[in-house]
Design a protein around this ligand. Sequence first.
Ligand SMILES: Cc1cc2nc3c(=O)[nH]c(=O)nc-3n(C[C@H](O)[C@H](O)[C@H](O)COP(=O)(O)OP(=O)(O)OC[C@H]3O[C@@H](n4cnc5c(N)ncnc54)[C@H](O)[C@@H]3O)c2cc1C
Length: 388
Amino acid sequence: MIHSFDALILGGGAAGLMCAIEAGKRGRRVAVLEHADRLGKKILISGGGRCNFANLHCQPENFLSANPHFAKSALARYPPAEFIALVEKHGIPYHEKTLGQLFCDRSARDILGMLEAECQSAEVSIFLNTRIHQVERATEFVVHAADAEFRTPALVVATGGLSIPKIGASPFGYDLARQFNIAIREPWPALVPLLLSTEDRSHYSDLAGVSTEVIASCASQHFREKMLITHRGLSGPAILQISSCWKNPHRVMIDLAPGIEVTARFRDVKIPRNLTTLRSELRKFLPQRLADRWLDLHTPASWTNHALADFENQIHTWSISPAGTEGYEKAEVTAGGVDTDELSAKTMESRRVPGLFFIGEVVDVTGHLGGFNFQWAWSSGAAAGRAL
Ligand SMILES: Cc1cc2nc3c(=O)[nH]c(=O)nc-3n(C[C@H](O)[C@H](O)[C@H](O)COP(=O)(O)OP(=O)(O)OC[C@H]3O[C@@H](n4cnc5c(N)ncnc54)[C@H](O)[C@@H]3O)c2cc1C
C-alpha cells in the first residue's frame, strides 16, 4: 500500500508530536510513523511519572551544544510560555516544584493526552507499530515500512537518542543522517549517574542513600544541587547535571561544603584542636555518616593552621576520576548527535539535503536537568512544524 503525505515525521515522541501538531494546524497533511505500540512512552515515564514539561527560567545557557548559539532562535520563537498556554488551555493542573521546574499535579498522562488531542484536531495521521526498513530519496522521500510505503517531499527525523533502549530508543536518526552524509557529533550518555573508581567505591559505597548539597564542577561548568551516594557511585541532581559535561579522562571536582568554612571555629584559640571537635564541626555541615567517613579518610596530619587549611581545602576540592557512567540504560538523555552546523537554526532543515529535518534529542542540543530537554523538543518541533 502506498501513502502520500505533505510531511512525514519519524518518531512519535515529544518533538515529533509537537512538529505534527504545528504542521497539521497549518493545513499540512501529516503522518507520524512510530515503531512502538504507542506514542510518547518517554513522556509517560518522565519526571517520575509527573513530567517536568517546562522550566520558567529557560535560557539558552541551559543547553549544551558544540554551537551554544544554535538553540536561541527556536527557543525564542517557541518559549516555555507557549507550551504553558497550551497546558492551561487543556485545563491541566500543574505546579512549580523548585527552580522554575513545572510538573503535572496528576500525571504525565495529561501531557501525552493533550498532545494526542491536539494531533487529532489537527488531523494528523498516526501509524503505530511501524518498522522502517529503508529511506530513499528520488524526487521525493520514500519510506519503506514492513507492509506499506510512504512518499513525501518533507521528512522530519524525530527518533530521539539512545537513552533507555528498553522503551524504544534506537540509533535510527544517526544512521539516517550518516546515510545522507550529514555529520554527527559522537553521542554520549548524559544526565546519568557516575561510577566511582574501585578505590573510591570501597570507601563510600556502603553510604548508599546518603545525600548532601554540593557544587559539582567539570569542564568549566558547575552545578550547586544535591548529590546522592549510590552502591556503584554518585547520583542526584548535581551529579546528573555534571555528567553531561564529563568525558573520560576528565576529573570531576566536588565541593562538599559550598560556601562554608568548616574549620572556622578553630581560629578561636579557646576551641580545643582535636578530632572530637572537628567531628562535631563537620557533622554540622555534612550528614553524620559522611562526615565520619570523611574524617576517617582525611584525618588532619597535625593540628597546625597549615594542616587545618589543607583539611579545609580537601573538603572543597574532592577530585574524583569516575570509572564511567551508568550508560544509556540509565541516562535521561543522549548528548551529541546531528551536528548543528548541518541544520538551519530557524527551521531545523538540513542545509545539505533540502526537505530533510532533524528535531529533538537526535540533534546536538542537550538541556540541563529541569524540564529543558522537553523544552528543546517542543521548540525544535515547532520550528520545523511551522516550516513544513
Ligand atoms: C526516565 C526519563 C525521565 C525524563 N524526564 C524528563 C523530564 O521530566 N523533563 C524533561 O525535560 N526531560 C525529561 N527526560 C528527557 C526527555 O524525555 C527527552 O529529552 C525527550 O523525550 C526527547 O524528545 P524526542 O521527541 O526527541 O525523543 P523521544 O521522546 O525519545 O521520542 C522518540 C520517538 O521515536 C521513536 N523511535 C525511535 N526509533 C524509531 C524508529 N526507528 N522508527 C520509528 N520510531 C522510532 C521512539 O519509540 C519514540 O517514541 C527524561 C528522560 C528519561 C529517559
